[in-house]
Design a protein around this ligand. Sequence first.
Ligand SMILES: Nc1nc2c(ncn2[C@@H]2O[C@H](COP(=O)(O)OP(=O)(O)OP(=O)(O)O)[C@@H](O)[C@H]2O)c(=O)[nH]1
Ligand SMILES: [Mg+2]
Length: 424
Amino acid sequence: MPQVSPGARHERAALVGLVAGRARRLDAERSMDELAGLAHAAGAEVALRVLQERPKPDPSTFLGTGKLETLAASCAELGIDVVVFDNELTPAQLRQIEGVVDRKVTDRTQLILDIFARRARTREGKLQVELAQLQYLLPRLVGTSSALSRLGGGIGTRGPGETKLETDRRRIRIRIHAIKEDIERVRQRRAQLRERRLKTSIPTVALVGYTNAGKTTLFNVLTRSDAEASNTLFVTLDPLVRQVRLPDRRELLVSDTVGFIDRLPHALVAAFRATLEEVAEADLVLHVIDASAPDRERRITAVRRVLEDVHAGDVPLIEVYNKCDEIAPAERRRIREADASVLCISALRREGLDALIDAVAAHLSLDVTRVTWSFDPESPSDRERVSRLYRHARVLEHESRDGRVSIVADVPRRLMAHLQPSTR
Ligand SMILES: Nc1nc2c(ncn2[C@@H]2O[C@H](COP(=O)(O)OP(=O)(O)OP(=O)(O)O)[C@@H](O)[C@H]2O)c(=O)[nH]1
Ligand SMILES: [Mg+2]
């Protein structure tokens, strides 16, 4: 949702990408489509697309010199405000290109940082984005502060504030250090909250996936919430956690977080580590996949890579193909045949949700032990344990005899120590 005030003119953007060889043309075009989605999310209107075939970028000008001149002419003719490159530019390339095209030049990384800066709402989100922006800028402050002193609004100017624009690297380093300390405090607070959750032993399920896959839509359906879901990239930044009760009455927590994207800037992944730790420590990850995306496999790979990056590679995971209402039945069959453990759903039309909930419940209770425990109904702590048992385990029998309560239950192994009666 571009946050341009009504009546304000959208910035006009030119997108520039490279095709390494004819065979890679389709990939390059999809990457450009995604870049257009990002430009749109940053409030710009795409007025020109340039794809040049060349084996690798020119080290100083990215495009060939001739192509760059042509680009400059087209930009002037079309009234382009900003030129966005699909690849990350080196500081030297950025300066050279700016010299020739004589208007704002930015790249994919900076565009993503801009969108995040627009979307960040909470203090934690803002800190994380600022950290990522500063880390991206720091190596780009070579000699002059030209990269920082661009005036005007729009893409590439949503930097970390005017006062800092004039400061030198040392001041930026100090700021980075201070933000890192703040984020560390946030991290510790999150760790404490997780610890507390563990004590109450409610299992957590994290929704992850490529941006726009339908995570928030699914989150809303599962938790009966109304978090913002929309057909733009990176709508969700701050993690949301809500409680859900399974049909067998057990409770779990579901969390929705920031979406991933191909070539997610490293600085962002690092800055969002505090948020993403939620994923690494979840009991189960649901990888939400947009089944209707033409470049589905590339996106799946990109998400898996980020999961490895944030050390969530070992968390049990279910692949959930969403938007199955958009694909042909034959395609749905193909997906299921390729891997019987995946699920096909439509969060929007609320199809396949029962199977999903069953799969989650089965997954969380796979690892159970059947126990027969006896409790003292007079002891407050035992009474508390019995009610916890009802919440977190599957109770099969409950009998009162001779002043004791005897319960047969399937208890998740990880909660054994926690749920056990104090005296046997
Ligand atoms: N056709 C169809 N559209 C869906 C389905 N689920 C979600 N959508 C649409 O996909 C778009 C993105 O949905 P979101 O839930 O915002 O996606 P997200 O993964 O949370 O995206 P970010 O937070 O931006 O990363 C919205 O326009 C939804 O209405 C579905 O099952 N079928
Ligand atoms: Mg979302």
